[in-house]
Design a binder for this molecule. Structure first.
Ligand SMILES: NC(=O)c1ccc[n+]([C@@H]2O[C@H](COP(=O)([O-])OP(=O)(O)OC[C@H]3O[C@@H](n4cnc5c(N)ncnc54)[C@H](O)[C@@H]3O)[C@@H](O)[C@H]2O)c1
Length: 363
């Protein structure tokens, strides 16, 4: 048995050159949207998530109004933010420049199609349209109409994800070899039109693509229904990317506490991110010179670095990015094509879960 001499070095490592993780006093590299956008915006669907969109727009743009099928909810949210309660999607579209679509997933495509038809920029909440076919349809229509089409993949805007991506791209972690994520919590009773792969898994599918820049070659998924009558409520997905990276994604609605974590094994270190407390830890080890005759004492030195990232609300950053893209005609951080690729991978995972076979993606 080898008994390593463990030397743990704890240090704070500030990524001062990172646009997402600023040391105090460092200049922001991305435009400062603390000043209000001139855009007139609306929110369609103001349940749990839509209310947050309305709150942020009321502080960052001109929130012209909200619309919800549930009239009482619509009026309550409109009053809370001192804005108008519209009677219809069409009524709202005639008065705004851009909208967030935050209704239940099964309605996203039809509402988004109306917004595109009216020439309005739109951000569609994840899991976008819930199907790659309808996502592709929206992408084509948005392209044709020259409309900004953003997808609500909020983890891209988590400062810790931005910091890790930049470090990975700069080669600071070496080559990424494997990715493991865990996103588990108890059942959200309001989600009734998709399973846990589309509802939670798509976040990590998107982060996998965004962080590593790799597309999936194949996926094998296990999972099933434990307490949900209609959809899978637990799943484990094993993804192989075209670049040979292996990823394991675990999701469920059966765990009493909420866990949102991801780790990456890289040639230059082991990187752990916690989405909720926006923390990042990088561990590495080196074997020091040792006496080959004394295999019981291998001097292994561990280095654990905790990266200090400036905490910010990811949804605020997502909406600021959307406003910027709508105003300038630039690309949003997550666009319709990203949603389309994410949905294709989730559909492949569902197919694998149904057939018990590995599913290879086309292209
Ligand atoms: N990005 C994230 O982290 C995140 C978190 C939660 C939810 N979401 C997404 O946001 C969307 C909404 O989820 P939620 O948790 O807010 O659900 P919710 O049930 O709390 O709210 C949905 C609202 O949409 C309204 N609605 C339904 N159909 C409508 C229609 N045709 N026209 C107008 N209003 C309609 C409902 O009355 C309700 O008020 C989902 O797509 C969900 O996946 C994203």
């Amino acid at each position: 048995m080898i008994t390593p001499l463990i030397n743990v070095a704890l240090s704070a490592w500030q990524l001062i050159d990172n646009e997402h993780a600023l040391a105090s006093g460092a200049k922001r590299k991305y435009p400062d949207y603390l000043s209000r956008s001139m855009l007139k915006v609306g929110v369609i669907g103001v349940g749990s998530m839509g209310q947050n969109h309305a709150r942020i727009y009321s502080e960052t743009a001109e929130l012209v109004g909200v619309y919800d099928l549930d009239r009482a909810q619509c009026k309550k949210v409109a009053e809370r933010f001192g804005t108008k309660a519209f009677d219809s999607v069409e009524g709202m579209l005639s008065e705004v420049d851009a909208v967030s679509v935050c209704t239940i997933t099964s309605t996203h495509h039809d509402i988004a199609e109306k917004a595109i038809g009216a020439g309005r920029g739109l951000l569609v909440e994840k899991p976008f349209t819930g199907s790659s076919e309808t996502a592709a349809d929206l992408c084509r229509k948005a392209e044709r109409e020259g409309v900004t089409l953003a997808a609500g993949f909020v983890e891209r805007h988590n400062p810790v994800v931005g910091a890790a991506r930049e470090a990975l791209q700069a080669g600071r972690f070496g080559k990424a070899i494997s990715f493991a994520s865990r996103r588990v919590s108890s059942f959200p009773a309001r989600i009734r039109d998709v399973g846990v792969i589309m509802d939670l898994g798509i976040h990590d599918v998107d982060v996998l693509r965004y962080l590593t820049g790799e597309e999936a070659r194949s996926v094998f998924a296990l999972g099933g229904r434990f307490s949900n009558p209609t959809y899978e409520d637990h799943a484990s997905m094993l993804v192989e990317t075209k670049g040979g990276l292996e990823a394991y994604l675990e999701v469920n609605w059966l765990t009493p506490m909420k866990v949102r974590k991801v780790s990456l094994t890289c040639s230059g270190g082991f990187v752990q991110l916690d989405y909720m407390d926006q923390s990042m830890e990088i561990s590495s080890s080196t074997i020091k010179e040792f006496d080959a005759a004394d295999a019981f004492r291998v001097p292994l030195e561990y280095d654990v670095r905790r990266v200090s990232v400036r905490k910010e609300e990811p949804l605020r950053r997502e909406l600021e990015d959307f406003l910027r893209a709508s105003e300038t005609g630039g690309r949003p951080c997550a666009g319709g094509e990203d949603a389309w690729a994410d949905l294709k991978l989730c559909e492949a995972a569902l197919q694998s879960l149904r057939t018990g076979k590995k599913f290879t993606l086309e292209g």
